[in-house]
Ligand binder design. Structure first.
Ligand code: IPM
Ligand code: MG
Length: 352
């Protein structure tokens, strides 16, 4: 039976990188794609970044593939104006996708492209496990004429489930990142992670790292890390930093998962389909020029095949085609070359 995928191209370079990704997927399996407007494109058409209909379609799908949202057209500091990002946050929350996995594995052909020296990034293979539906992103917000506030809140249950996810994905060590010297939520985080570790995963090494120090260590010695477990906003910031180890933010895929496993039935509030998207944004500065790097989107489709649909072999085929293309010299402008999106797609397709 064909896998049912909802695709959300979103804004900016989104449509340009989704289209070739569908071509790639069609080369490895049978899929039914259902496309919906999302983000700024949905605001323009419907006045909201995520309609009830799109959310319902996502819930009913086997997996959701998303490109990127946002752009200057919808940038506003007016708290009442609709924002494309609200669609993304609403989708993560609406699908219960509390675990965001961002694997950072610089590929040997790109060692020379990273701003760090080759001997620093050689062999780096880390996973950022970011809590995705809590913290300051989702706390109450207030705004008056002369002040504003964002509440950062975490419950024990929210910390337990993301900690379990991180320990179960770790090979050797979990580095739990917080700001326990200042924040109350971080002190609770540290306590809960320590308890989950002692009771359920004593065979994995656990260390606690303050977020400022983690930012430094990611550059000073990235090979040290196996799994980085952290809360929503720290994970947002550290994953962009970690992306540069791979040479370009245009290389980093991500998977957002709830409690549903591969092929799990979509039940609102109880897991359901995963969401797969590149870490990069909509790059409005290069939208429409045909030069966007589609590789993070391809690798996100790879994560969808593996984590969302249980198709490990197909996932490996996509990943090795991407690596093979880079090995053969493929470089989009963000990687210092001049290959456009079409050419990049063809080079990868030829290797599938
Ligand atoms: C990300 C993005 C989003 C986030 C934005 C677009 C809301 O930066 O997925 O990392 O902050 O989570
Ligand atoms: Mg981000």
């Amino acid at each position: 039976m064909a896998h049912r995928i909802v695709t959300l191209p979103g804004d900016g370079i989104g449509p340009e990188i989704i289209a070739p990704t569908l071509e790639l997927l069609e080369a490895v399996g049978e899929f039914e794609f259902e496309q919906h407007l999302f983000g700024g494109a949905s605001i323009d058409a419907h006045g909201t970044a995520l309609t009830d209909e799109t959310l319902a379609a996502c819930r009913a799908a086997d997996a959701v593939l998303l490109a990127a949202v946002g752009g200057p057209k919808w940038d506003s500091t007016d708290p009442a104006a609709p924002r494309p990002e609200q669609g993304l946050l609403g989708l993560r929350k609406g699908l219960g996708l509390y675990a965001n996995l961002r694997p950072v594995r610089p590929l040997p052909p790109l060692y020379g492209t990273s701003p760090l020296r080759e001997e620093q990034i050689e062999g780096v293979d880390l996973l950022v496990v970011r809590e995705l539906t809590g913290g300051i992103y989702f706390g109450a917000k207030t705004r008056t004429a002369d002040s504003a506030s964002d509440l950062c809140e975490y419950s024990v249950a929210e910390i337990e489930r993301i900690a379990r996810r991180a320990f179960s994905l770790a090979r050797t060590r979990v580095s739990s990142v917080d700001k326990a010297n200042v924040l109350e939520t971080s002190r609770l985080w540290r306590e809960v992670v320590t308890r989950v570790h002692a009771q359920e995963y004593p065979e994995i090494e656990l260390e606690h790292v303050l977020v400022d120090n983690a930012a430094m260590q990611l550059i000073a010695g990235p090979r040290h890390f196996d799994v980085i477990l952290t809360e929503n906003m720290f994970g947002d910031i550290l994953s962009d930093e970690a992306a540069m180890l791979t040479g370009s933010i245009g290389m980093l895929p991500s998977a957002s998962l709830g409690d549903g496993g591969a092929g799990a039935q979509a039940t609102p509030g109880r897991g359901g389909p995963g969401l797969f998207e590149p870490v990069h944004g909509s790059a409005p500065d290069i939208a429409g020029l045909g030069v966007a790097n589609p590789l993070a989107m391809f690798l996100s489709a790879g994560l969808m095949l593996r984590h969302g649909l249980g198709l490990a072999q197909e996932a490996a085929a996509v990943e090795s085609a991407v690596e093979g293309a880079l090995q053969a010299g493929l470089r989009t402008p963000d990687l210092g070359g001049d290959a456009g999106t079409k050419e990049a797609t063809q080079v990868v397709l030829d290797r599938l």
